[in-house]
Design a protein. Structure first.
Length: 119
């Protein structure tokens, strides 16, 4: 399993106590995520395996944040896991997140950014 880098964790630690927003684009094998600070600036972008262990390793170590993900096959178990990790979870339908629903080009990193910014 891919481990979150020490540099990434240091950047996240600097934002303890701040309201972070995370966009999470779920895939069958890999998921992309984008972390925004309170001003909407990207502080971290990466991907992780779509497994409970990877979610706990990365998102479980973050301060309580708003996590936006789109409805899909994995959204029920991921949303329950994130809530158990004390994260605020928003599950959005892709049609309700305009840029994702209207996009003809699929790009998980951009979708994660869009989810973070639209919620």
């Amino acid at each position: 399993m891919k481990k979150i880098s020490a540099d990434a964790m240091n950047r996240i630690e600097n934002f303890k106590g701040h309201q972070l927003t995370i966009g999470l684009d779920l895939g069958d094998r890999w998921s992309s995520y984008c972390v925004l600070d309170e001003e909407g600036k990207i502080i971290l972008e990466d991907k992780l395996p779509t497994t409970p262990a990877a979610r706990k390793q990365v998102l479980g170590r973050m301060t309580r944040s708003r996590v936006a993900l789109e409805t899909g096959t994995h959204s029920p178990w991921v949303s329950r896991l994130l809530q158990a990790l004390d994260q605020e979870v928003i599950v959005a339908h892709a049609r309700d997140v305009g840029l994702i629903g209207e996009s003809r080009r699929k790009d998980d990193r951009i979708d994660a950014r869009t989810l973070a910014r639209e919620n």
